[in-house]
Design a protein around this ligand. Sequence first.
Ligand SMILES: [Zn+2]
Ligand SMILES: [Zn+2]
Length: 183
Amino acid sequence: MKVGILTIGQVGEEIAGSLKDGLERIFPDTTCRVLDEKPQFLEKAFDKKRRQYRSNVLLGEIQAFAAEEEDLDRVLGVVDVDIFVPELNFVFGEASCPGKAALISLFRLKPEFYGEASDAELFLARAMKEAVHELGHTLGLRHCHRGSCVMHFSNSIFDTDKKQMLFCDDCYLKAALSINNMG
Ligand SMILES: [Zn+2]
Ligand SMILES: [Zn+2]
């Protein structure tokens, strides 16, 4: 599949490039590129009361963007702001399941957010897990009961750190089949 990484607002070039390389390694038959577009819809999603950004508004904008991009099978939006859905304090990401659009936030993946020393390797591993997880949802995958599988639900950063950035065998087969069916 062809994946475009869409950075929205301030997102480091380095992390976007590392995600591109990592996603190509994990998903079969997949090429990935960091898009040049600089979308301007971030502030539209800001919630003044919560001082966070609405995940569903951002995902809707990414969906609209993705619908126009005929040469891309999936678009992964990346933000570095805190995102939420009304029923939760925050989310690490959101995706259409199945669909063409996914979103991850880097905001709560940095060790600094938890008062720890910065750690580029840990930060990238967390970003990869969230990116693979949300793209997995776009391929129709649901949450997996296996705690080590990347499709396991993350309620907190501890859950994210516990799981691997890889699919379990069952989830990998489903993902590969879904990619295969794109033709
Ligand atoms: Zn999920
Ligand atoms: Zn699984």
